[in-house]
Ligand binder design. Sequence first.
Ligand SMILES: [Zn+2]
Length: 145
Amino acid sequence: MPNWVVHSKWTDKAKIDRSIANFVNQNIDYGTEWAFTEEARNIIDEEETNTSRQLKFFYKKDLEKQYSNEKMYVKAFYIHHLLDFLKETRLNVRDLDKIFPKFLNKKVQSEIIDENGDCIDFMNEINEIFTLLKENQNELIEDLR
Ligand SMILES: [Zn+2]
């Protein structure tokens, strides 16, 4: 994974509060909090992926905090996994347009089913982050070295 200085730099760029970003980064890398929520314990589907559990957990945080009505926790979640994915795969970051679909295919999902059975889609947040990375491509390449 990129170190947290890099993670924090990009969540700063996305205007995500540091306390939220740190919470998300810690919980993803050393995380346990999301794994022990009541929902997680009640989950019948053992096959559910960790990233799916994380996403549901962070989405709930956003609903609780209503931080300027934006999904800051969810955005920080996507930034974290996207940076990790770019670092791990060493794909050519010049080809971000080709990388994004791969990221959504292999690494994370773009939607969840909430407690009421409603489908919640995060494509707006994801596209916002994609745009941010594309606009700062050279800096991104430096950071992933
Ligand atoms: Zn990580």
